[in-house]
Ligand binder design. Sequence first.
Ligand code: GLP
Length: 242
Amino acid sequence: MKIEVYESPQEVAQALARRVACAVRQQPAIVLGLPTGRSPIRTYQQLARMHDRGEFNASTLRTFNLDEFVGIDPSHSGSFRAFMEHHLFTPLRLLPEQVEFLNGAAPDLDAECVRYEAAIKTAGGLDLQILGIGANGHIGFNEPSEALQPRTHRVTLAASTRRDNAALFDGDPERVPREALSMGVGTILDAAAIVLLAVGDKKAQCIERAVRGPVTTRLPASFLQLHRRVELFLDRSAASRL
Ligand code: GLP
């Protein structure tokens, strides 16, 4: 793993946005895998600024997001789709055909997962997967458990994850859906390159375990040790235990 440590979350965002913009310039039809959460917001803002300055062209890239809540419409203000529209898709003026998303309101959720895997395959696979990390070591919504699902699947969210996502639902963890759809760990590891972003001391312990600990389903991010091209973008706090 290549580990880059920056002074502040803002510097992490600038470095990661430069990394992504550079990848888009080199490969204009790049297929990006994208995360939600608080951590990538600064990076998305920085990408929007760079795009406004004409530093890269977003008109031919494609995106697949990692996950989505079950049981809410994509237009719901708490959906990850709405989050991404607000923070990235609208600022980059992406067209609907550039964006693939899991639909947590699909009538047949198993079929929706199969559709998503097939769409990633048809797009030629993910070229660059950007990841955040949950405070419990989850990636996407692959929660710590006895066993992990390799492919896109339906998941039950941990109570701590529902609390961490409460801001999207007026601060009320009870309103956070109990289930989600998520790319599997195998879907993520199939990406040609992976970049993981973590800021703040709440992430220090799981970053230490992800990098130094054994590969275990109890810490899904530890599976990144099995991939050849992983870069970690950390601030000092997140890297403090390394
Ligand atoms: C959610 C997302 C994850 C993300 C995590 C971290 O649970 N499903 O993909 O990594 O949040 O969120 P934050 O960056 O807000 O700590």
